[in-house]
Structures are given as structure tokens and as C-alpha cells.
Design a protein around this ligand. Sequence first.
Ligand code: PEP
Ligand code: MG
Length: 593
Amino acid sequence: MAGENTTGGERRYAGIAAAPGVVTGGVWIYGRSEVAISAREISPEQVEPEVARLEEALITARQQLMEIQKKVSRDMGDGNAAVFDAHLLVLDDPSLIEETVRRIRDERHSAEFAFDAVASQFVKSLAELQDEYMRERAADIQDVAQRVLRCLTGHSVADLKTIGEPSIVLAYDLAPADTACIDKTKVIGFCTEIGSKTSHTAIMARALGIPAVVGLRDAIEQTQEGDFALLDGYGGFLIVNPSEQTLFEYGQLEQRRHSIEASFARLRDEPSVTADGHRVALEANIEMPEDVASVLANGADGVGLFRTEYLFINRDDLPSEEEQYAAYAEVARRLAPRPVVIRTFDLGGDKFLSALQVAKEMNPFLGWRAIRFCLERRDVFRAQLRAIARASADGNVRLMYPMISGVEELRQANLELAAAQAELAAEGLAFNTEMTVGAMIEVPSAAMTADILARECGFFSVGTNDLIQYSLAVDRVNERIAHLYQPTHPAILRLLQGVVRVAEERGIPTAVCGEMAGDAALIPLLIGLGIRELSASPPMLPSLKRLIRGVNRDAAREMAARALEMTDAAEIRAMSAAMATAAAPEVMELAGA
Ligand code: PEP
Ligand code: MG
């Protein structure tokens, strides 16, 4: 999958296409930039305060290291924490510190300039030795020196917010917390060495509408900051120093894509119905109230998934009920009368919790996340339920619980909701007493007991991202096993069929809000399996609508029935893709099929 191919000065890295689009620009490498120190002389009166500043920075660096060591030891064991002993020893190294103080006093250099010069000299002389141990010590000193310099200069770790020129960001990994603060005018595209199509980082890229490629192994090592590159989010390539020929070919492709997209835009206000007149609601997945503009611009029938946990990311405190209410009510009002499905917090997994100090887990996707977390942290859950219930008075709000694994969780969550609503009633606050409540089907046990769950909720929404990960035991963010992550695996088809069937018997609708719903090749299969609601990232909706309008539902049903008899995931995918191509060839051309 990942690999490198060189022609002339051009270097081509192949990864996994995560968000469509093609951009060219300079590469900005995330997480590798060092603090730049310039020479600064100080006056005689500044000497002692400067020495004190150095001592303070050394103490802060020590505290930070001890904090990290404690955390690593708690989460990963003492063995892994031992490396920090070596780092702590650097901070105590008398020759390093004495020489720095001497330079401050005798040569009147600023603390950072003196420390940087001395540490660099140490690193250089150790790195030149043949001895492996000494070279490791050089790396320790370099790490610690960067930490001390950050303390002295107030620089935090390289931050996406500090990008000056619009650039293509290249990182080993980007956490959802990083992508959440991306400024689209500065980050024109991004690529990471690890990750997969359904990692939340990739999902965010699609929502932002910026091209992204993940799983580009080893690209950072061979790329320099500022290198000119082309990022192809359709094909999944990072091309460093693209040749004239490559740029020309991509230019031609871009023109073609623009004209196809312009043709989709004309369908914006047309209904999402199959060629034989059956309605398939097309809704949007959003993360923030700001996404509503894109929901409307792309002609969505509503919001099928509002991932509220993004209100939690990149902040030091929990959002209050009022703050949450304001966010939910704004979305509900702006989209009324269209439905807005608000999902309660799905924290954990690969979604970072900055406000709540939760210990790192060995298997975070199987750990204390989503509804499990909410049912324990009732204070957090209650505030959110109150906020959602209040917003139900402002528009067509529906509530949905993530990661339901059995009916007991659903019952407990509903009891908590009833208690929240009773409180609101007692306080005289408005809410819709008829608000529909649904369950996500994303854990195999929920899919297998959907008949039980269907009796106690108003709709299902299938989270295929997790359902596939859990059913096939394939980590959704691990690029090494991305080839095993198969939405058309017979097991997934059977689960989907079973869920739709019991939901129909019970008279409740089943939506799909995982990334499978945004995969054009799979739309005929989902329609054929009986799915009547799809929810995907807003920029994908115009092409999905075009596709739905070209699909014949009865033919899709027959195709899905055949698919259920088949054994090979790739063949099933190809069959659905062939139907998609016949229905809307330009959609599949755009998807790069
Ligand atoms: C899913 O699992 O498919 C889903 C929609 O939820 P998330 O991607 O937020 O885990
Ligand atoms: Mg999920």
C-alpha cells in the first residue's frame, strides 16, 4: 500500500485516500520543528535574573518530565517510564548547567542562547562517537534541551495554529484534537504516516472539505519542510517535487472534476429519490454548529449525526448545560423543520478527552467510552441530556445514544433522560415530550439483539465504522490492516440485513451514518438492503444524491439478495460498484473508481 516511486526529481508516496481533492503547495511538517533561538546579549544587571530564569526553566522541565513519567508508569508500566530517568539526569548534569551559567555571567548571553549553545555542543560531540550508548545520550540531551528551551521561550510544542503560509501539513499522526483546530485558509490539505479512512482524523478532513491522505509510511523521513508537493486525496498520493508532466495531467483532471461537480450542484434542491421514485433521505454528519452552513449549501435533508463530543475537544473545562443548549438549539433552529439527530457524547476511542483526566487504556476502542462513560459520569450525562431536551423545543431534534451494546444500557440511558425531562418540567423549561430517541447499532451484540432494542427505541442508526471494526476485529485506525477492513464482508451484510428486517417488523426506520454511507460504490447495496436514510459528510452529499437518483430500487434489491448469497467481499463490492457506475458514471469517475 504505502510506497515510494521516484521519477526524475519527483517522489511519489502512496497511501490511503482519506478525503477528496487535489492541492499543491509547500509542505509543513508537524511535530518536528525545533525552537529557533537567536543571539541576545544582556546587560550586567540582567545577569542574575537570567540565571534565575534558567533555574526556573530547569525546575519546570523537571516537573513536566516527572509528570509524564508518572503517567507513563501508571498507564504502561515502570519499564516504559525508565527512559525518563535518563532525561531527568540530563537536567542534573553539572557540566551542562555550570557551563551555561558561566556563559550567562561571563559572556552575557541570554539563558536560552547560552543553554542552546552548550547543549548543541554536547549533542554534537556525543553524536560523533561510535558508541551506541553515547549516541542515545545525545538524543536524550537533544530532547531535554528542546523542552528546556520551550520553557524559556514560552514556545509550546509545534502547533497547527502557528502555520504562516497556506501549506500541506505532513504529520506522523494528527489527533482529532489537532484537526479540530485546523484553519482551512492555512492548511490546504494534510497527510499522515499512519491512520485509515475511518479514523476520526480522516472523517474530520472530509467534513472540512480539505484533501487528505493517510497511511503514507516513511514520508516524513524523506521530506523537507518547504518542499513543493502535490497532494491527491482521490488517488491517495503525496507527490513531492512533481514534474511538469504530472502537474499538467493533474490540471486536466481537475478541470474535468470541476465540471462534474458543477453538474451535481444543479440537483441541490431536487429530492433524494431513486430512479423508480422511492425516497432515500440524505442527511449530513456534523461536528460543530458552524457546519450547518455546509449542510444547507449541500442540500441535506437534515442532520443524521451530530457528533457532540467535539464540543469537548481542545478545552480545559467541560461545556456547561447552557453552552451546550446554545449549540444544539442553534443547529435545530437553523435546520428546522429538517430533523437533527444529536448523538450523546462518544468520548474515548480515538477521541481525545482534554477536560476529563481519563487514564490511557490498553484497548481504548473496547474501553471506557461513549455510553459506558456517560452512565458512570451521570453529572456529565445529565447536563447533556437536559441541553438536548431543551433544544428539542427549538426544532426537530432527535436524540441518539452511541455504543449501545445491550438493552440494559438503553434502559438506563432512557431513565436518565426521563429524569432530566422531569427536572425541566419541574423548572418550567420547555422541551418536546415526544422527542424521538434512537440507538446506534455499532456493536455486534446490538445488531444481534436489535429485535430487543427495537421495542425500546424509536429508530436505529448503524455506525458502520465501529460495527465493521468490532465484527471483523480490525482496528479502524490501523493502516497496516486497512485491507482487512471490509464493509462488504458477508458478516456485515448479514448484520445489516438482520437489523433492517427487525426494524421494519417493529415499524422503526434504520439509517446508516458510518462512512459506508458516503462510499458511492456501496450506495446501491445499502438501498438494496432496505436502508432509507443515509448520513454522510456534507461535501459528499451532492454526488450521493446524483447517484441515488440514478439507482433503481427494485434492481438494487435483487442485487442485494444476490450479494447475500455471495462469499467474497471484493466481488460483492464490485457488483454494487458496477450498479453505481451504470446509475451515475460521473459519480464513480469522481470517486476514482
Ligand atoms: C460509526 O461508528 O460508524 C459512527 C458513525 O460513529 P463514530 O465514527 O463517531 O465512531
Ligand atoms: Mg462509532
